[in-house]
Design a protein around this ligand. Structure first.
Ligand SMILES: O=C(O)CCC(=O)C(=O)O
Length: 391
């Protein structure tokens, strides 16, 4: 990798991001680099069918070495001065206001090693209740046209048939839309269960359209947390409210988020997942393969040009992961989980009588020449460019 100019470090993200760049043939090399938060990452280029040929290759972001070599608040302040001088004053203010939101050196190390990290008690019960109440109102007002009653599944063929191919899903990136559990409609699209028990998730722009969700997403404590990971210019690419309904809340099959949210280079996507209710073994908590974020991406969901059929396809395939490699991560209400974009994770069906609601959003580190793949299903729009987190 070569050097990049200061200008290219802060490229604005636009719907055309990357499209002007010449395209070259499939890459075959494997590079070792460090991603936005200093995790060693094997950048497998096997899946990079249309790998952009950048005249100014991006440097990986500096890892937060200061944080590892030192400890406590002092090193966090140094980190901000070193890598984000323009925001250091604000960062210090955040530290003063929400010191518990910042990662300790041992937490950062654990995240770098495992590819995920649990922070218990990140939100208060009151904050969770406010979000749940607003979701209750949104669902009560839900009015989904018959032809848009899309059932949601993450199994590959189901995804392509029932989700990826529908305009309702593909154009949901800048909207608040509803996706449903399997088997909740009759053949005509009428609800077979109470509508409020039928929703699998709401996506993908609660962070933009709903004030309660916008203020949590951009809250000083979330900003301080993300700054303490060393991210310079994170933008919010999507958000979801996941219901995991009692008795039949669907399984989420093993996947890497970078399959759906692909960047060049890799290692620039971070999931933030917050438990609105206790997530347990019984009601379908998250499971992870620790350390699985260091081996590239197994498959990519590719969006076809407008008007093509099928509208999406997969490049590569998800390995048959050994179930014994997964470890469960029960989380109490208000707990926050950081999810590296390449760590393999899943959740099982909820057969219990308690729901397991969660709010999750994904960030991309847009600094240092990151390119959001123009082949991702999700694209920023004129109405909703990816908003910077630090506003
Ligand atoms: O909440 C869940 O059950 C799964 C969430 C997930 O895997 C994701 O958002 O990538």
């Amino acid at each position: 990798m070569g050097t990049s100019s200061q200008k290219s470090m802060f490229q604005p993200i636009s719907p055309l991001c990357g499209l002007h760049i010449p395209i070259c043939a499939m890459g075959i090399s494997v590079l070792l680099s460090e991603d936005a938060w200093g995790c060693s990452t094997q950048e497998s280029t096997v899946l990079q069918r249309d790998q952009p040929l950048r005249s100014e290759p991006a440097l990986p972001l500096p890892p937060p070495w200061g944080l590892l070599a030192d400890s406590g608040l002092h090193s966090l302040k140094n980190l901000f001065h070193t890598f984000s001088p323009g925001v250091s004053t604000l960062s210090q203010q955040c530290l003063a206001v929400v010191p518990m939101a910042c990662l300790s050196p041992s937490q950062l190390k654990k995240f770098q090693e495992d590819g995920f990290l649990l922070l218990e008690g990140f939100l208060t019960a009151e904050e969770c209740v406010a979000m749940q109440e607003r979701i209750g109102e949104i669902v009560a007002e839900m009015d989904v046209p018959l032809h848009c009653r899309t059932e949601f599944s993450t199994q590959e063929d189901e995804q392509l048939r029932t989700q990826g191919n529908t305009d309702y899903f593909l154009s949901s990136g800048d909207k608040v839309r509803f996706f449903f559990e399997k088997g909740v409609f009759d053949k005509k699209g009428n609800f077979l269960v109470p509508p409020e028990k039928s929703v699998n998730k709401i996506g993908h722009a609660l962070h933009a359209h709903e004030p309660v969700f916008r203020s949590v997403t951009h809250s000083p404590k979330v900003q301080a947390l993300i700054r303490s990971l060393g991210l310079q210019l994170p933008v919010v690419v999507q958000s979801m409210y996941i219901f995991k309904q009692p008795h039949f809340g669907g399984e989420v099959f093993p996947h890497q988020d970078a399959t759906f949210l692909y960047t060049e280079p890799l290692g620039r996507v971070l999931g933030v997942w917050i438990a609105m209710e206790d997530a347990t073994l019984e009601n379908g908590c998250l499971w992870f393969i620790p350390g699985s974020h260091t081996s590239g991406v197994s498959r990519r969901m590719i969006r076809a040009p407008a008007g093509s059929s099928p509208a999406t396809s997969f490049l590569g395939s998800e390995p048959a992961w050994d179930n014994n490699l997964f470890v469960p991560l029960p989380v109490r209400r208000g707990g926050l989980v950081l999810i590296h974009g390449q760590v393999v994770h899943k959740s099982e069906q909820n057969l219990s009588d308690r729901s397991r609601q969660a709010y999750t959003f994904h960030l991309m580190e847009a600094a240092a020449g990151t390119v959001w793949s123009p082949e991702n299903w999700l694209q920023p729009t004129t109405e909703l460019p990816f908003p910077p987190l630090y506003i």
